[in-house]
Design a protein around this ligand. Structure first.
Ligand SMILES: NC(=O)c1ccc[n+]([C@@H]2O[C@H](COP(=O)([O-])OP(=O)(O)OC[C@H]3O[C@@H](n4cnc5c(N)ncnc54)[C@H](O)[C@@H]3O)[C@@H](O)[C@H]2O)c1
Length: 415
């Protein structure tokens, strides 16, 4: 089937972005060279649905260098960059994605990369796996397995697995240490503020930032807000995470109280309706709302659209919703992941680690998929460690090594 993209003439701009990424992704570059020789994916079809910007495009090229036939789509209607999609097509990959796709077009693109009968699935948020199990059951026997990139996708997989509905092995890439320690915390922490700052062009110092969720991403978003000079309020449902936020120096309170205080709101929980109708009515005039969680349900956009007496574009990627109390709330990127809908996503060096884990996990599935007993597996510890060891070397850092005496001490029961 022919690719479906906006405009192939955009390819040179996309190619330049991918080249920039390649020059900052040491691990992936090494893997590309290795895979080009060993061809671990020879004869395998890979369907991939990940936010389609330059880092993802480079992952696709690395897998292709390893012999994979690539079928690529995005994982959010607003995160696809049309020039990057065009560059992949110019390089001979099949792509079905464009920026600003309608829900129907988004589903049609997911369908297009599944109907080719993939052997490996690389998913971000669970849409490929979900549709494979509903619309393409007949193609499931060809699937060796897949990899899931994000927390929300893993929650969906765990629910499917509990219900006995998951029919092929999936690797929890997000749960690898070299993924969530860095991608969710430092990647989201930096790129969320990059998205907010470039979209609003407003000062953060001296303002109050409300961060909903103090998980891996929320910690990063809060830490960087503090670094920009904001007063940070955290909302949580988990008492342990709430104590962690207190001890990290942040105010903690329920959203019902925080709503009246925030100048900026960032939701990053993976949960539904974290900011809802009664919260909107409490907010200050001009409050800025955005989401960094996977789905656009954390800010109740349907509720906000319904209760707004008027809405209009305030600036590129910002819609103002005027409420009956006269206040206007400014929502960035339609409530979709602000770092991708209003920016370029995580820094390249961060995705170098995440996508090295993806590529090595996909290779592991090709080599071991048939013998796996569990349907939901973790990234093998030696893969996680290999990525850490190599990244540290690329960072030019050395660490200590246990002496035989120390090793004996640590492993002795007679301490
Ligand atoms: N924007 C990005 O680039 C990016 C990157 C990685 C992950 N994600 C997504 O971000 C979300 C969070 O990921 P994470 O890795 O931080 O997950 P996590 O599980 O580490 O943290 C989520 C936190 O939210 C809290 N929470 C849940 N419901 C809440 C509610 N109603 N109110 C307040 N707090 C609530 C939980 O207690 C938890 O501490 C997921 O949807 C994930 O897929 C986005």
């Amino acid at each position: 089937m022919a690719s479906e993209i906006r405009d192939i003439n955009l390819a040179p701009s996309g190619a330049m972005k991918i080249e920039w990424v390649k020059n900052h992704c040491d691990l992936l570059r090494t893997l590309e060279e290795e895979f080009a020789k060993t061809k671990p994916f020879a004869g395998k079809k890979v369907a991939l649905s990940v936010h389609l910007e330059a880092k993802t495009a480079y992952l696709c090229k690395v897998l292709k260098a390893g012999g994979a036939e690539m079928f690529v789509t995005g994982s959010n209607p607003l995160s696809t960059q049309d020039d990057v999609a065009a560059a992949l097509v110019a390089d001979g990959l099949e792509v079905h994605a464009w920026h600003g796709s309608t829900p129907e077009e988004y589903d049609a693109h997911i369908r297009a990369v599944l109907k080719i009968g993939p052997n490996i699935i690389i998913d971000d948020g669970g849409d490929l796996v979900h549709m494979m199990h509903t619309e393409f059951k007949d193609l499931i026997p060809q699937v060796i397995g897949g990899c899931e990139e994000t927390t929300t996708g893993i929650l969906r997989l765990e629910a499917m697995n509990r219900d006995g509905k998951l029919e092929f092995p999936m690797v929890r890439v997000n749960n690898a240490q070299c993924k969530h320690f860095f991608d969710n915390r430092y990647g989201t922490g930096q790129s969320v503020w990059d998205g907010i700052n470039r979209t609003t062009n407003l000062i953060v110092a001296g303002k109050t930032v409300v961060v909903a969720g103090y998980g891996w991403c929320g910690k990063g978003v809060s830490m960087r807000a503090k670094g920009l000079g904001a007063k940070v309020i955290v909302t949580e449902i988990d008492p342990v995470k709430a104590i962690e936020a207190v001890m990290d120096g942040f105010e903690v309170m329920p959203m019902k109280k925080a709503a009246a205080l925030g100048d900026f709101f960032v939701t990053v929980t993976g949960c539904d309706k974290v900011i809802e109708e009664e919260d909107f009515m409490e907010m200050k005039d001009g409050a800025i709302l955005c989401n960094a969680g996977h789905f656009d349900c954390e800010i109740d956009m349907a509720g906000l659209r319904k209760m707004a007496v008027e809405s209009h574009e305030l600036r590129n990627n910002i819609i103002g919703y005027k409420l009956s109390n006269g206040n206007t709330l400014a929502v960035l990127g339609e409530g979709r992941l602000v770092n991708l809908a209003c920016g370029d996503g995580h820094p390249a060096e961060i995705m170098d680690m995440s996508f090295a884990i993806q590529a090595l996990s996909a290779k592991y599935l090709v080599e071991h998929g048939a013998e796996l007993k569990e349907k939901l597996i973790d990234v093998p510890a030696d893969v996680d460690r290999e990525v850490a060891v190599k990244k540290l070397a690329f960072l030019g850092k050395e660490i200590d090594v246990l002496t035989p005496e120390q090793e004996k001490y640590l492993n002795s029961s007679a301490v």
